[in-house]
Design a protein around this ligand. Structure first.
Ligand SMILES: Nc1ncnc2c1ncn2[C@@H]1O[C@H](COP(=O)(O)OP(=O)(O)OP(=O)(O)O)[C@@H](O)[C@H]1O
Ligand SMILES: [Mg+2]
Length: 354
């Protein structure tokens, strides 16, 4: 297995610099997710690891050796693309076997490996079928088997679950995660789905416009987002934000004053819906919408500061649309950002209005 490093890697397409300066280390056996909005450079970074794109600058290392000039077929990397890209005219067996076609390897070894890879993802029964005779989930497994057949030192997954329905996605998430742990193969998952990233990866690399915005465990990103961008990107339903002006122990937002601790200035407060609750006092409003979500209920509350989302546990609604409510929260659950820089101010706190 391999330790992977980007050292000041640059990628340009013509005049357009898509990755300005990327430095990153992925440990041997680690499962990381590259997470970020569409167009931020996730696939480009992955394709450089695969050897499909050549970096325009900087160095790419596998186990300490520079691989910039090493061809894709010599990198021992397995890749699953967003569209599984199975060859329609070939059987599953030939599809899985495909990456080994130029390897000098005895026929029995090749067939043995195909069976092992097929077994890992439970498609051994399907080896004689063609892709058109498979369901989406089965095609996805075959694509995984094809990526694993070389027994790669690095597994690259580019949005591998995006073509699956919600239930199957859940199953495959668990399966890929346990397969990765079992094989111990260094794995990079590209996704724009924060839930996929937080449930599968050991560590998340959050990208924005070709740069790393924050690296951390799923818990780090949720609890200590370094920027408003991360706070808004991680968490579901999304975080609420209130902008105001802080001075003399009070943050004023519209006509509402919130107790404030920290340095004066323009701030934006992030409040997670699941950390808000209905209390006797606090920010007042009226329930505008109620969305049952199984074991939780999402309330949308119309306040003087706009709509706020409040998530409550339980499957029975305790509040009705139109009901007046007050929203409370613990100051320790408030995330305060500098409005101009959008960076987290770790020393600042905001409490609910009295
Ligand atoms: N071959 C290419 N030629 C020119 N520009 C490209 C090429 N590939 C990617 N780009 C540009 O580079 C930027 C990053 O693209 P990339 O495919 O890496 O994004 P992504 O994060 O994978 O997005 P998505 O979630 O939509 O797949 C985009 O602005 C894209 O238009
Ligand atoms: Mg992409």
């Amino acid at each position: 297995m391999a330790k992977v490093e980007f050292r000041h890697v640059v990628k340009r397409f013509g005049d357009v610099e898509v990755i300005p300066d990327l430095s990153l280390t992925i440990e041997d056996g680690e499962f990381v997710a590259l997470l970020g909005p569409s167009g931020c450079g996730k696939s480009t970074s992955l394709f450089m690891l695969a050897g499909i794109y050549l970096p325009s600058g900087g160095e790419l290392l596998f186990d300490g050796c520079i691989v910039n000039e090493v061809e894709a077929k010599d990198r021992n990397v397995g890749i699953v693309f967003q569209s599984y890209a199975l060859y329609p005219h070939m059987t599953v067996r030939d599809n899985v076997l495909f990456p080994l076609r130029f390897k000098r390897m005895p026929r029995e070894e090749v067939l043995g490996r195909v069976i092992r890879a097929a077994n890992l993802v439970q498609v051994e029964e399907l080896l004689d079928r063609r892709p058109s005779e498979l369901s989406g989930g089965q095609q996805q497994r075959v694509a995984l088997a094809r990526a694993l057949v070389k027994e790669p030192q690095l597994l690259l997954l580019d949005e591998p679950l995006s073509n699956l329905d919600a239930t199957l996605r859940l199953t495959m998430r668990t399966e890929i995660k346990s397969l990765q742990k079992k094989l111990g193969v260094t794995t990079v998952l590209v996704t724009h789905d924060q839930i996929e990233a937080t449930t599968m990866a050991d560590r998340i690399i959050c990208m924005r416009a070709g740069r790393i915005e924050q690296i951390g465990t799923p818990d780090d990103l949720y609890r200590r987002p370094e920027s408003l961008f991360i706070a808004s990107f991680i968490g579901s339903p999304p975080i609420n934000t209130i902008s105001g002006e802080a001075r003399d122990g009070v943050m004023c937002a519209g006509a509402v004053g919130f107790p404030f601790e920290g340095a004066p200035g323009a701030v934006t407060v992030g409040l997670r819906p699941e950390l808000l609750r209905f209390t006797g006092s606090g920010l007042s409003g009226r329930i505008a919408q109620m969305e049952p979500m199984g074991r939780e209920i999402l309330y949308v509350v119309d306040t003087d500061l706009g709509y706020l989302r409040v998530l409550e546990h339980g499957s029975v609604a305790a509040h009705a649309v139109g009901e007046p409510v007050s929203i409370g929260f613990s100051p320790d659950d408030s995330l305060v950002f500098d409005t101009a820089s959008e960076r987290l101010i770790t020393t600042a706190r905001v409490g609910p209005p009295a």
